[in-house]
Design a protein around this ligand. Structure first.
Ligand code: MG
Ligand code: MG
Length: 299
């Protein structure tokens, strides 16, 4: 399996996790069991009353971000803030509070960097970061961190969010290279916990009903990703925890897609995924990886 196939699987994984999780977003596990037993189909519904295979802000913001990066040929904060603002004007099905507040700040000030706040530790910057990960594949660590922050700070300017976003991007890069799970755990997940102990996800409680707080989100995603053995089980495990299930599904889906690759993605899910979204994810994966290859080429 080559890196482009893994990148494509990551993008489809993001959309599939979002679509699967949206059905049970804001439900608690007990309610999910009562209504679905185990929720494992892209059946739509949920609090947003979505058609089967539809995605939410997690995927549509990622696609807006990907378009902004491709139009500039690089990760550029102003272009990203404009793309997100246009996305907000188009009345998306859902939008996070921090995203809305800081995009309104951008509209007023023209500053694409939101004011720093330790309270803006939601998962909104992490859920949509995949295009930055693909576009910076092969770049230097400093360039990757700068690109991650340019993207994230358009709405979430917060140290905890930055740490999670950068960890996810470096993990995605190694997963796309085909690294094994143990390597991802020791090279990326454990160092995040060493720096910010609140992210501890091993030898701790099973995270249930994870909120939109980035720490809850990452703990649930890492527990599901590291403690299951295939793409489908990982996504089912994480969304059945309820809470911010579309977002835990989206982030787990990127990681699991990159790690297990395109052949591991269940066909019954792919067939139901909104076909326009599927096409855009596949096209952006190709285009963003070509952009990365141009930057990576010897000069
Ligand atoms: Mg959402
Ligand atoms: Mg959500």
């Amino acid at each position: 399996m080559n890196s482009l196939q893994r990148a494509t699987a990551a993008y489809l994984g993001l959309a599939l996790g979002d679509a699967l999780g949206s059905t049970v977003e804001f439900m608690i596990p007990r309610e999910i069991v009562a209504q679905y037993g185990v929720h494992d189909t892209l059946c739509g519904g949920g609090w947003l009353h979505l058609p089967a295979g539809a995605v939410t802000d997690d995927t549509t913001m990622a696609l807006a971000l990907g378009n902004a990066i491709l139009s500039q040929g690089k990760v550029e904060a102003i272009a990203i803030a404009i793309a997100f603002d246009d996305w907000m004007r188009a009345k998306p099905v859902d939008i996070g509070n921090t995203v809305r507040r800081n995009l309104l700040y951008f509209r007023k000030t023209g500053n694409p960097e939101a004011p720093y706040s330790d309270h803006d530790a939601g998962n909104g910057a992490a859920m949509r970061l995949l295009p930055v990960a693909l576009a910076t594949f092969g770049q230097s660590e400093a360039a990757i961190r700068a690109a991650s922050r340019a993207q994230a700070h358009t709405t979430h300017h917060c140290a905890l969010s930055d740490a999670a976003c950068e960890t996810l991007i470096f993990m995605l890069h190694d997963a796309v290279r085909g690294a094994d799970k143990n390597y991802l755990l020791h090279q990326h997940a454990h160092p995040l916990v060493a720096r910010y102990p609140e992210y501890k996800f091993r030898a701790t409680r099973q995270i249930q009903n994870p909120s939109g707080y980035i720490v809850d989100t990452i703990q649930a995603v890492f527990q599901s990703f590291f403690d299951t053995d295939d793409f489908r089980s990982c996504l089912i495990d994480v969304v059945n925890r309820g809470g911010d299930a579309d977002t835990t599904g989206a982030i787990a889906g990127m990681l699991a897609g990159a790690h297990y690759g395109i052949t591991a993605i269940p066909n019954p899910w792919l067939r139901v995924l909104n076909s326009q979204v599927r096409q855009q994810c596949e096209a952006q994966a190709v285009d963003l990886m070509s952009l990365a290859a141009i930057h990576d080429a010897p000069r």
